[in-house]
Write a protein that binds this ligand. Structure first.
Ligand SMILES: Nc1ncnc2c1ncn2[C@@H]1O[C@H](COP(=O)(O)OP(=O)(O)OP(=O)(O)O)[C@@H](O)[C@H]1O
Length: 372
């Protein structure tokens, strides 16, 4: 799939912007703070109905304006698909083919994107929160059911935490709703955990050969979902639910002391191993970068396989962070096949022939010249 055109109204520093893109490579060039990332972010938001940089949608609306809008014409195998997302203080309104969607989970996934930004290089070394966010965003793109389960889980976690907070410091929770919430919480938690296990299996399938290639056949990458609860991947739904029930029961005193739920997918993590060694602890910076790159390239393949079309790739300020070899590997992989957006302050650091065939956009103070 690819994005043919994009229209922004009152989005970040763009009052009004209309762009047509190349099906292959689009390069946005400009000094710092001119609005390059804002364009990348708008494409991401058009896809995920959520920014990769902030959870506060109000920041996306141009200062002093009431609403902001992103419109994009996406071209898929079966034809053109107009998408539209309006952001306002009242919330978000999403349209597919001019029809308003009741649920955002029906909207997300119409346009698939893979974003690779400098912060993704911290995927391995950064906090577990970064890795959980990676998991949730990526699974959400290919599975609306996952988004629905995740939302249910988050709601129940909040309700359960609320009761724990109210009873913090006591020896038990004296509220009939607590057991009801706990049962529902366990069901939602197991649904989320099972889908994460399935996704990680797919990610492993694609990431291992890619990493092997980038490391010139020297490194075997293993990615692992690591539930804090210690659940066995091969257990049935009921076995997992029983296991979580026991864990929660055993940890009740601690939960009451802290006033929060301590076991569940909101505390889980991912682990990456190269030739059997934990990359987070023992990997060199180069290995961590290769791991991040392998995961991103694996995502492209995974989406292609699951959705039947290539996603759009957004490379925000990341090419110059990769050495020549990794840069070439990335650009060779996507060449001609994946519509790609690249932001950079200068093309000098990008030494690859694909860049010479790109549509070039010059970005300056919320205005853009050039293009396809
Ligand atoms: N809601 C908003 N309304 C108006 N302007 C905004 C808003 N949010 C951000 N900006 C402006 O957008 C600009 C930042 O743009 P952006 O993040 O796209 O930079 P960039 O061109 O990618 O630069 P860099 O290379 O440093 O990442 C800043 O000038 C900032 O003041």
């Amino acid at each position: 799939m690819h994005i043919e055109s994009l229209e922004l109204t009152n989005y970040r520093n763009y009052e009004s912007l209309s762009l047509n893109f190349s099906k292959t490579i689009n390069v946005l060039i400009g000094e710092n703070a001119q609005g390059k990332t804002n364009i990348m972010e708008s494409i991401y938001v058009l896809s995920m109905a959520k920014s990769h940089r902030t959870s506060n949608d109000k920041e996306l609306i141009r200062w002093a304006e009431e609403y902001g809008k992103i419109k994009g014409d996406v071209y898929k195998k079966y034809g053109r698909l107009p998408l539209e997302l309006t952001l306002s203080k009242k919330g978000k309104k999403a349209k597919v083919n001019h029809l308003e969607q009741n649920r955002l989970s029906d909207y997300i996934g119409q346009l698939n994107v893979v974003m690779f930004a400098p912060e993704d290089l911290h995927l391995v070394k950064g906090s577990p929160q970064v890795r959980r966010r990676f998991l949730d965003m990526e699974i959400g793109q290919i599975s609306p059911v996952y988004l629905h389960d995740l939302l249910t889980f988050q709601k129940l976690l909040k309700q359960r935490n609320h009761l724990l907070k109210m009873h913090q410091g006591k020896s038990s929770v004296n509220d009939v709703m607590f057991d009801v919430y706990t049962d529902q919480y366990i069901q939602a938690a197991v649904s989320v955990i099972r889908k994460r296990f399935q996704f990680m299996e797919l990610l492993q399938k694609w990431a291992e050969p890619i990493h092997f290639g980038i490391s010139r056949g020297l490194e075997k990458l293993e990615v692992r979902y690591n539930p804090v609860s210690g659940l066995d991947q091969n257990a049935t739904f009921e076995q997992m639910a029983d296991f979580l029930q026991q864990k929660l029961q055993a940890g009740r005193a601690q939960e009451l002391a802290r006033g929060v739920t301590l076991t569940g997918p909101h505390r889980d993590d991912l682990q990456f191993f190269v030739n059997g060694y934990d990359v987070q602890t023992y990997g060199s910076q180069g290995q961590q970068r290769t791991t991040a790159l392998s995961l991103k390239l694996a995502e492209i393949e995974l989406i292609k396989q699951e959705v039947g079309e290539s996603p759009v790739l957004l490379l925000d300020d990341v090419l110059s962070e990769l050495d020549d070899y990794r840069q070439s590997h990335l650009l060779n992989t996507i060449q001609g096949e994946v519509q790609t957006f690249v932001t950079t302050t200068s093309v000098d650091g990008i030494d690859h022939e694909t860049i010479t065939q790109a549509a070039i956009f010059n970005v300056k103070q919320g205005h853009v010249d050039g293009g396809a």
